[in-house]
Design a protein. Structure first.
Ligand code: SF4
Length: 131
């Protein structure tokens, strides 16, 4: 029985407190209700495979403008910290990844990731599910 497959040890694995940002232009239009992200979390599909266990703490949109993403994460960080559920990992949804790669979303992921990780001490991951 190794560290990861002993049943009693599964119960002791720390949850990764995660939040998801989704593309405001896509959510509930071409992707409904975050259903793919919820399925991805349940199946540890795509970028969710990086976690042993995931606890979704919050889910909100990017702000509909690249300039609003940073202040929205600031508010997100403040409210979750105040509630005692501090975010460890922030996923940019697959919708945001596709928006950047194929729909001319102007977010510069690398610089935003560096700024968010430096300011809020979180791990920022590009993508969620792979459906
Ligand atoms: S295209 Fe980019 S900035 Fe615009 S809503 Fe989608 S993720 Fe946000």
């Amino acid at each position: 029985m190794d560290q990861y497959h002993g049943s009693f040890l599964w119960a002791e694995m720390p949850m990764s407190k995660a939040a998801i940002l989704y593309c405001k232009s896509v959510k509930d239009h071409s992707c409904i209700a975050g259903a793919k992200c919820y399925k991805g979390m349940a199946e540890k599909n795509g970028e969710f495979a990086q976690h042993e266990e995931i606890e979704l703490v919050a889910m909100t949109d990017c702000g509909d403008c690249p300039g609003l993403t940073f202040p929205r994460v600031k508010l997100l960080s403040e409210i979750t910290t105040n509630l005692g559920r501090e975010i460890e990992t922030l996923h940019f949804g697959t919708c945001m990844k596709l928006a950047m790669e194929t729909a001319e979303c102007p977010i510069d992921f690398d610089s935003l990731k560096a700024a968010l990780e430096s300011k809020f001490g979180i791990n920022v991951i590009l993508g969620t599910h792979s459906y």
